[in-house]
Each structure stands twice: as C-alpha cells, then as structure tokens.
Design a protein around this ligand. Structure first.
Ligand code: GDP
Ligand code: IMO
Ligand code: MG
Length: 426
C-alpha cells in the first residue's frame, strides 16, 4: 500500500481535485499543497455542507496536519480570511503548517497582474488576478519575500522597501496609483504576527512523518495543461502543477513518491483564454455547463466546456507519471444520446497524437472523435462499478484504453459519499 500519494489535475483545472483529496484524506495523516496560491478554488461537500478552499489543503477536515509547501505563493491576508471562514464554521485550523520558504503575495503583485493583463489586450491570459504570476517572477528574480523573511520584522521592512520602490516605478510609468510603504508595512506586519506560529520548515516535518510511518497526500492545484512547462504556454499559470513539482515544492525526494492519481472530468473545461480543440460552443456545451454547474470557483466566470480529450490526458500521463485515474463528474453526462471522446488531432492533413508546442499550431488542431452511445439513468447514487449502466461502464473502460491508465475512482456527485472506489489507494 502506498505511503505517499499525489492528486494531480489532468486537464485545465477544476477537475474535482478538492473532492478527491478530501475523500482520500480520511486515510492520510498529512495533506500538502506544493504549488500555486489562491488562484485555486477547491470545492468540498459533505454532511449537506459545502466548503470552498483556495489556499488551505483539502485535508483540513480529517487529516492530522495540513501543509502549505515551499512551492506555493501565499497571500497572507487571504490565508487569514480563509482560516477565519473555517473557524466560523467550527473547523479547527490549528493543524496548519506554513513553509518558511514559500513566497508572499503582496498587494503590488495583484496590481501588476491587473496591469499586465490590461497591457496585453487581445493577448491577455485571463488570469485570476490574484498576483500569482508577478509573485513567481519575483521569486525567480531573487527579489521575492519568503514567509521566513516576512515574519522577521526587520527583514520584511528592508525587502518591502526595495520592492515598493521597484514596483512604483512601473506603476508611475503607466499612471497607476502608487503604493505607500507605511500603509503596506503596517497592515502586513499584523498579518505576519498572526501567521508566525504556524511557520516552520515543512520539508523537515514531512521527513519526520515518513520516518514515523505516516501517510502523506499531495494536493495539486490547477492542472497539467496550465503547467508553465507542460501546458498550453503562454495560456498557463506560473507554476508547475505537474506531479514532478511535488518533489521541489514539497521538499521531498522524487524517489519517495508512490502513486500519482490523475483527476479527470468525464468531459473537459477551461476558464480563461487559450486554444481548446474539443470545445463545444453549442447546446450540448450549454447543457453540460448547466448540469455540471460549470462556473469558476474563484472568479465566477462561466467555464468553457468540451468533450473528453484523450490526447491531453495521455500527455498528462506521460509528463506526470500517472498510476491511476479518478474520473469525476460522470453523472453530468447522463441524458446525452451520444457521447464523444477525442482520440487524436487532425493537423494540416496529418493525424497526430501529441500536443504541438505553439498556440499557432495547437489552435489549428481539429479533434478526431469516437462516438459512443450515452445513458439516461441518474447515476448519482451508484456505489459500485457493476451497478452503472452498461454504456457508462463502456465509456469508463474506453477512457482507460485511450489513456492507458487504470481507473481507480469514479465520482458521481460532489458529495464525499458519491464516490465509487475501484482500487484502494492507501
Ligand atoms: P478543483 O479545483 O479541481 O478542486 O475543482 P472545483 O471545486 O473548482 O470544481 C469542481 C466542481 O465539481 C465543484 O463544484 C465540485 O463540487 C463539483 N464536483 C466534484 N466532483 C463531482 C462529481 O463527480 N459530480 C458532480 N456533479 N460534481 C462534482
Ligand atoms: P484549481 O486548483 C482553473 C487559470 C486562469 C488563467 C490561467 C492563469 O481550482 O483547479 P493565474 O491567475 O494562475 O495566473 O491564471 O490559469 N487558472 C485556473 N483555472 N482552475 C484553477 O485552479 C486555476 N488557477 C488558475 O483562469 O486561465
Ligand atoms: Mg477549482
């Protein structure tokens, strides 16, 4: 049985990673986020309650400890708001640990995110405007502020002064409001003192836990198609959601990862800009959007909807080393006469089974579909694979065949209970 499991998004995010992480967290001692920030929106449903988490790992309800790993970018104000949101709902937050090496998102990152999108005009990415990209830019420019520096008043003061001067030059150039050092410092130093008790060397904690036979679950945010290296660049996020980033962003050796579960929708969705070969701009797309309630968790934007794309999930299998698939939202396809699965692309007269690296070529790819008969039955209460309608079973088996990854979980509704397990993970 596995000791360390990764839950990773295989498409463009919102595959239901939060639901699957929360489900698996009943067996995991520690749940770790390894990248991204509050651009993520993870929905969890149990006991007739719905929770939406942006920064706090979805294990907060049942595991012993949750970790915000060093690969993350953390908006301290948002984190405190999220902790309060949970406390009000009587969910304890004292098990949170924050990596001293994670980077801090400050208000000028958000203003820069907005400005960059504005300047890009037609080439905008459609970001969540949470300051994610600019915070990672500072990290790699080696001018960013790490959590360990943020909670040290003197270090924070020095670094913030430099940052505000640097950023104000840009805002000045574009006639945008400038940031006042004292205002930002006085507000954020208060957040730093609230968060200080939670800050630690989280890689050390994970290592100790593993030495004590504890089980660790890593929760991806976004999805592989939004990965800065393996996604549809430049229409991506600024981190690596792919499973390889667990090692760097969690501070754990790559040799210690046992299983990688790819979460996939029974169809596809995307929020924000960028090519999307299987996109449905018709009544079927509208139907799936309505039944699947496909509206962004973070921004409320309607999600773009399309058929399942096997080229994409095969790409994810390759770059993230998937050992199992969780097919989510299968219930949403009930009532559709004929369901389609993309198995290849047609590009300039050739059939291809890989993703071209440029937007120019990717946007010219036309999906090659196979069609399968759908099913009418409501499957949202089904508990066993054999009780699914035959056509739904065949659809699942076809996904397995196309992607070459065994299906280990099927999700038939947002609730924790609406989960079919085909293979025990832990
Ligand atoms: P995440 O970002 O990957 O955690 O996914 P989101 O929470 O942003 O979006 C997934 C949406 O689908 C949420 O509203 C979930 O409550 C919901 N959901 C998850 N699994 C299922 C499922 O199997 N069926 C249905 N109908 N909804 C689901
Ligand atoms: P979860 O974890 C879906 C998208 C944005 C935009 C692009 C870049 O809930 O699956 P960013 O703000 O990261 O610079 O935006 O990435 N995006 C997501 N789409 N789910 C997410 O997270 C996303 N996080 C970012 O819409 O297209
Ligand atoms: Mg989401």
């Amino acid at each position: 049985m596995a000791k360390t499991v990764v839950v990773v998004g295989t498409q463009w995010g919102d595959e239901g990673k939060g639901k699957i992480t929360e489900y698996l967290s009943s067996k995991a001692n520690i749940v770790v986020r390894y990248q991204g920030g509050n651009n993520a929106g993870h929905t969890i449903v149990f006991n007739q309650e719905q929770y939406k988490l942006n920064l706090i790992p979805s294990g907060i309800f049942r595991s012993e400890k949750v970790i915000l790993g060093n690969g993350m970018v953390i908006n301290p104000k948002s984190l405190i708001e999220e902790m309060n949101y949970l406390s009000v709902r009587r969910i304890l937050t004292n098990s949170i640990r924050i990596s001293d090496r994670a980077h801090v998102i400050l208000p000028y990152h958000i203003a820069l995110d907005e400005l960059q999108e504005e300047l890009k005009e037609d080439l905008k990415v459609g970001t969540t405007k949470k300051g994610i990209g600019p915070a990672y830019v500072d990290k790699y420019a080696r001018t960013g502020i790490r959590i360990g520096e943020f909670i040290d008043v003197e270090l924070f003061k020095d670094k913030l002064k430099y940052q505000i001067n640097e950023k104000n030059e840009i805002f000045n150039k574009y006639n945008k409001p400038l940031f006042n050092f004292d205002d930002v410092f006085n507000e954020y130093v208060k957040y730093a003192s609230i968060l200080k008790p939670y800050v630690t060397d989280t890689s050390y904690e994970i290592d100790e836990a593993l030495a004590n036979e504890k089980k660790i679950l890593f929760e991806g945010a976004q999805g592989v198609m939004l990965d800065i290296d393996h996604g549809t660049y430049p229409y991506v996020t600024s981190s690596n959601p792919s499973a390889g980033a667990v090692s760097i962003g969690g501070g754990i050796g790559p040799t210690l990862i046992d299983e990688v579960i790819g979460v996939v929708k029974a169809y596809s969705t995307r929020v924000g800009e960028g090519a999307f070969p299987t996109e449905l701009k018709n009544e079927t797309g509208d139907y799936i959007r309505k039944i699947g309630r496909e509206y962004g968790t973070v921004t409320g934007r309607p999600r773009r909807v399309g058929w399942f794309d096997g080229v994409i999930v095969s790409h994810t299998r390759r770059v993230s080393g998937l050992t199992g698939l969780s097919i989510n939202l299968l219930d949403v396809l009930s009532g559709i006469d004929t369901v389609k699965l993309c198995v290849a692309y047609e590009l300039e007269g050739q059939e291809i089974k890989h993703i071209p690296s440029t937007t120019k070529l990717f946007s010219r790819c036309r999906p090659v579909y196979i069609e399968m008969p759908g099913w009418d039955e409501d499957i949202s209460d089904v508990k066993h694979f054999n009780d699914l309608p035959k056509n739904a079973q065949n659809f699942v088996k076809k996904i397995e065949e196309i992607t070459k990854v065994p299906v280990v979980i099927i999700s038939v509704g947002p609730d924790r209970e609406q989960t079919i397990i085909l293979k025990d993970i832990y």
